[in-house]
Design a protein around this ligand. Structure first.
Ligand code: AMP
Length: 565
């Protein structure tokens, strides 16, 4: 499908960057990439309104890398990110995209790590610096010329940086940069504070925002499931146990993911195949024909490969990876609910992508209900139902066709008909777990099993998610409390994951409204129905009074001292 490659090729990226993008398995640019890349390549200042999950990192990384001169061993691009985790993620995305650009090196600069090696890497000629503002200011204090060669500046998640109180640091950094530079600002929201930064520090910026029209989706039942990236495959397998589907299309982002998921499904006995941009046209047609006539039941596809796919048998759409924008969500789920039938659309959402879910709900004007992973009992019930459905129609005349054989076999073996029927069932179900205890023992059915986390390699988790992650297994709500550090008190709010809260929201609110420094706030644990925050014992009552009317995610925080007895 040459037209697929054409998507990125048309953007005039440096050929080596284009090659790396294709090697990464991206098939076409996301909307924010299509709009931002030409603007950044042309050297304009830009304000991009986009949140995580839209492909915003590549939207600035690809054009900036295309404009770097690898022969010059000096800092050329500076990316500022609010947290250490995001800085690491962005740095590793840059490394991925720069793989075929010899001589380009990237350094992540953040607090908590020794300054010496960071400074050394900068002096050794790293062209890309990805930094948190606080630590960068420390470097500037040691060497005010450290940024003097930077000609591209990106402020990533600018609104988050301001929420974390980095305004003053940003001003110091702006002063340390050459006036003659390109400045790009990405932010999910554009409050007044961001606009005034843009007015002061950007020159005639172009605005880039993916327009979202309200779209209606009817006759499609939608649901979402919160899941960690490395648990997606087992979540899909478990969901499929209980979903009664005829044909299903599963959407993922990369070619490799189509192959991996299709292989996992096949291994479980599903009639599944992958569909991606590498698959030749005649093979693609064969896959679609097979889905139409029932030789296949599941197709795992990228958006590009699924284009134009119209199969009335599709009862389910599974969004295993989040679409880049609400339009493509609507487009994807429109594969089901054809010809007046109702369809079902399931969406897997990782903790970082909750905001994207809210955008989808806003644009479609519909709530996408949360569902839980079915438990072992539900899986067992579904398996027995499937078996019953498969056998029931045979009972009517099986005795006529196979009754004599049954008599003969029971006589030959010397067993009861019940024993023989049980043996036949064992053979027919091929070792499948069919008692509650067995189903519970099955590996993939254990949520948060502690398996190594395979979150996209270029994206380590962000602060706050670590605590959310460990809180996801329900029984842990009653886990033994973590010992408190001296001088700290633990406080509780009734807001939790189910309210769409992440640790960073709590941190932002407490910093902003409570007037604390970051170091004053200890561990934040976000659980399903509540959260715990460690605050300084000294002056706690005053602080809680100050936070009395604070709202987070539109709800009252109501923080109280928490006693663990
Ligand atoms: P971001 O919005 O930058 O956090 O990116 C979200 C995820 O999308 C990351 O895992 C990227 O690797 C992935 N991604 C970005 N652009 C593309 C693309 N054009 N095709 C497929 N995946 C992409």
């Amino acid at each position: 499908m040459t037209q697929v490659i054409g998507g990125f090729a048309a953007l005039e990226l440096h050929p080596n960057i284009l090659a790396a993008v294709i090697a990464t398995g991206y098939e076409e640019p996301s909307a924010i990439q299509t709009l931002s890349i030409p603007v950044i390549l042309a050297g304009h200042d830009m304000i991009g309104q986009a949140q995580t999950g839209t492909g915003k990192t590549a939207a600035f990384a690809l054009p900036i890398l295309s404009r770097i001169d690898p022969a010059k061993r000096q800092p050329q691009a500076l990316i500022l990110a609010p947290t250490r985790e995001l800085a690491l993620q962005v740095a590793s995305a840059f490394e991925t995209y720069a793989k075929q650009m010899p001589g380009v090196s990237v350094i992540a600069v953040y607090g908590g790590a020794p300054m010496g090696p960071q400074l050394k890497a900068i002096r050794n000629g790293a062209q890309i610096i990805v930094a948190t503002p606080g630590r960068l200011v420390d470097h500037l204090r040691r060497d005010e010329k450290v940024l003097s060669t930077v000609c591209h500046l990106v402020l990533d998640e600018a609104d988050e940086m301001l929420k974390l109180g980095f305004m003053d640091d940003l001003e110091v950094i702006f002063k340390g940069l050459p006036a003659e530079r390109q400045t790009v600002l990405f932010s999910a929201t554009l409050p007044h504070s961001i606009r005034s930064i843009a007015e002061k520090h950007l020159r005639d910026p172009k605005h880039v925002k993916v327009e979202t029209k309200t779209q209606t989706v009817t006759a499609i039942e939608q649901a979402h499931l919160l899941v960690h990236a490395d648990q997606k495959v087992s979540a899909v397998l478990r969901l499929l146990e209980v979903e009664e589907f005829d044909a299903l299309i599963a959407f993922v982002r990369t070619k490799q993911a189509t192959l991996d998921l299709a292989a996992a499904l096949e291994a479980k006995g599903y009639k599944a195949a992958a569909l991606n941009g590498d698959i030749a046209q005649n093979q693609r047609e064969r896959v679609i024909e097979s889905l139409k006539d029932g030789r296949l039941d599941i197709v795992v596809a990228t958006d590009v490969a699924a284009r134009g796919l119209d199969v009335p048998r599709i009862t389910h759409v599974m969004n295993v990876d989040m679409p880049y924008d609400p339009e493509s969500y609507v487009h994807r789920i429109g594969r089901t609910g054809r010809a007046g039938r109702t369809g079902r659309a399931l969406l897997l959402v990782t903790p970082r992508e909750r905001r994207m879910l809210q955008v989808i709900e806003r644009v479609t004007g519909q709530k996408v209900a949360e569902v839980r992973l079915p438990d072992a009992a539900a899986v067992l019930t579904a398996r027995i139902k499937k078996l019953t459905n498969a056998l029931a129609p045979l009972v009517a005349d099986a005795e006529t066709t196979h009754g004599e054989l049954l008599d003969r076999l029971t006589a030959d073996i010397g067993c009861t008909p019940r024993a023989l029927a049980a043996a036949l069932l064992r053979k027919a179900t091929n070792g499948q777990a069919l008692t509650l205890a067995e189903v519970e023992r099955e590996q993939p059915l254990v949520p948060n099993s502690g398996a190594p986390r395979g979150e996209r390699s270029e994206r380590p988790e962000r602060s706050g998610e670590r605590s959310e992650r460990s809180e996801r297994g329900e029984p842990r709500e009653r886990r033994a409390p973590v010992p408190l550090a001296d001088g700290r008190a633990r406080c509780r709010t009734a807001l939790g994951l189910r309210d769409g809260i992440a640790a960073k929201n709590l941190l932002g609110a407490i910093l902003n409204e409570g007037g604390l420094v970051r170091e004053a706030i200890g561990r934040i644990q976000v659980r399903e129905s509540f959260s715990l925050v460690e605050l300084p014992e000294d002056g706690l009552e005053r602080l809680l009074t100050k936070l009395k009317d604070t709202r987070v995610a539109g709800k009252q925080l109501k923080l109280r001292r928490y006693r663990e007895d």
